[in-house]
Design a protein around this ligand. Structure first.
Ligand code: ATP
Ligand code: MG
Length: 558
């Protein structure tokens, strides 16, 4: 995509203005995932935006593990997140941090709020708190514990920390305004009791800060200027500002400011971590990196190039209003990238044996085949030819219609880069299935062109029996066949054909040592990569994407 095609967006405009007016002298952003699952394509949008803005304005972007809920967090997810961000092409340099490293700072800040009379320990139960909170149209009521003395609050909070109270029996709340029109500002809880060990701090803590409290304080501690988050936090912005202002914390870069943007929603896909966890736990998929998952790890294993994810994020832009992006747009970006950069190879998915009767028994020829017909700079690879080859079963019909430009009895076809062959006979098994073709080749058509000018319309791919290798190919399709699978039960939306395994395919010898992440176009069949589990005893290739959008036809959209 050229620079001209990239439209600017409101966050870029805001940052530019902030620098011009001197509101901020530098740009620091952050990407704050909670390490309770793998990252998905929605996170990629946030990563591209945060790291992208920092790069563009020569600032910094922090990768911060937002690990303040000990229940579901795990080191495994931390490592996966780091790997994924790197693979997407971004570098946090020395700016990796953990909210859990700031637990003492959060605690001290909370104690200071108590000392200033701006926080109190509240004994209302969860249900009572909700009742006291009021509604959008009615103001809330003050908690009966709101006027506890500073000393009492300090003592109780200390005891909460030591684990002297039961979970759910007390919380620490900010004293703001129970009549605020914004419900978020009605004395929000900032600490809760959780007697759960944390994957990094062990059982040191019995109280954990709430999201709203930890988020803004982590930002200011990191030196963040532009705290970019998704729209659901819009109502929390006044609280974000209130906590920072009332804490009195000095910020070298100035206090950070929160800006919200619309999260990515993608049709035929679920992007909620909760749903992705369900897919993994119910074993609907093989794991977080199942090639059908919208996770970064799944996409990497599938063979999707990171460039195409970045291009996609650039293309969809950044808006202030929620919308659903068509999955076809993502697939289009993947095809665009692969079309330019994937090397062409031959793979016969459903082999049909062809014996070329007039080709000498032991003769071998090597053809120099282009790695990319549109880009000669990508060079050639040698492909061996011999008397017995395989072609696709579907490239032969016993009784072909007129417009079928491939093989049929007495018909001719061009073998890509090799010769023109003619079908002179065919053999069937007891079930009536064609098992072998007998052909002759035209020795004067080396390279594939007829010397006498006769027109050969069809060109097919082939693999020499003697030289080719066996492989299994996994043909992936969309995991869901409804546009909004997140709406109901996941099982009801599953595409039963999302994975088909084709065994005993024939691949050309140059694919012998193909590595995961090397991407190929198997001519006429689609784009493929070697699976991470592939080895020389069992070669496995994943379909990255088909050559054309198969879904346009199915959904009748175009
Ligand atoms: P859940 O999927 O349960 O809502 P989450 O995706 O918000 O959880 P986090 O780890 O908190 O999980 O996300 C980290 C960051 O990624 C957040 O700043 C969030 O705003 C951003 N993010 C998450 N999902 C999307 C999305 N679909 N589009 C854009 N940004 C997203
Ligand atoms: Mg979140």
């Amino acid at each position: 995509m050229s620079d001209k095609e990239i439209s600017s967006h409101f966050i870029r405009t805001k940052i530019k203005k902030d620098l011009e007016t001197g509101k901020y002298k530098t740009v620091e952003t952050r990407f704050p995932p909670e390490p309770n699952g793998f990252l998905h394509i929605g996170h990629a949008k946030s990563i591209c935006l945060n790291f992208g803005m920092a790069d563009e304005f020569k600032g910094k972007c922090h990768l911060r593990m937002d690990d303040t809920n000990p229940v579901k967090e795990d080191l495994l997810f931390v490592e996966a997140i780091k790997k994924d961000v790197k693979w997407l092409g971004f570098d946090w340099k020395e700016n990796l941090s953990f909210a859990s490293d700031l637990y003492d700072f959060f605690y001290e800040t909370a104690v200071n709020f108590i000392k200033k009379g701006k926080a109190y320990v509240c004994d209302l139960s969860f249900d009572q708190m909700r009742e006291y909170r009021g509604t959008l149209t009615e103001p809330g009521k003050n908690s009966p514990y709101r006027d506890r003395t500073v000393e009492e609050n300090l003592d109780l909070f200390e005891k909460m920390k030591k684990g002297e109270f039961e979970e759910g029996s007390k919380v620490l709340r900010l004293k703001i305004d129970m009549a605020s029109p914004n419900l978020v500002m009605r004395d929000p809880a900032i600490y809760r009791i959780m007697k759960v060990p944390h994957y990094r701090t062990g059982d040191k803590w019995k109280v954990y800060p709430m999201y709203d409290f930890a988020q803004c304080l982590s930002d200011v501690k990191n030196g963040v200027t532009h705290s970019i988050c998704t729209l659901e936090f819009e109502n929390n912005r006044p609280l974000y500002d209130w906590i920072l202002k009332e804490s009195g914390i000095e910020a070298a870069n100035g206090l950070p400011e929160q800006t919200e943007f619309a999260r990515l929603n993608l049709s035929y896909t679920v992007l909620s971590k909760r749903k992705l966890i369900e897919l993994v736990n119910k074993k609907i998929v093989e794991g977080w990196d199942d090639p059908r998952m919208p996770t970064i790890a799944g996409m990497r294993r599938r063979g999707i190039p990171p460039e195409s994810i970045r291009n996609f994020c650039e293309k969809i832009g950044v808006a202030k209003k929620d919308s659903v992006v068509d999955a076809a747009l993502f697939e289009h970006c993947v095809r665009d990238e692969l079309n330019v950069n994937a090397k062409r190879r031959f793979c016969v998915l459903n082999p049909l044996k062809v014996v070329i009767e007039n080709y000498e028994d032991d003769k071998e020829e090597i053809f120099d085949c282009l790695n990319h017909p549109g880009d000669e700079s990508m060079g050639t690879r040698p492909v061996a030819f011999s008397k017995v080859i395989y072609i696709e079963k579907e490239d032969f019909l016993e009784d072909p219609p007129k417009k079928f430009f491939r093989l049929g009895p007495g018909r001719e076809v061009r073998l890509r880069y090799a010769y023109i062959i003619k079908c002179v006979d065919y053999i069937k098994d007891e079930n009536g299935e064609v098992t072998e073709l007998r052909c002759t080749y035209d020795p004067l058509s080396r390279g594939g062109n007829a010397h006498d000018g006769r027109k050969i319309k069809g060109t097919i791919h082939w693999v020499s029996e003697k030289h080719g290798l066996d492989a299994n190919v996994k043909i992936y399709d969309r995991l869901f066949n409804t546009e909004n699978p997140g709406k109901g039960e996941l099982e009801e939306s599953l595409n039963p054909d999302s994975l088909k395994i084709i065994q005993n395919c024939k691949i050309e010898p140059s694919l012998k040592d193909a590595k995961p992440g090397e991407r190929f176009q198997f001519e006429r069949n689609g784009y493929f990569t070697a699976d991470k589990d592939s080895d020389s005893d069992n070669r496995v290739f994943n379909l990255i994407i088909t050559l054309r959008d198969q879904w346009e036809k199915i959904s009748g959209k175009k």
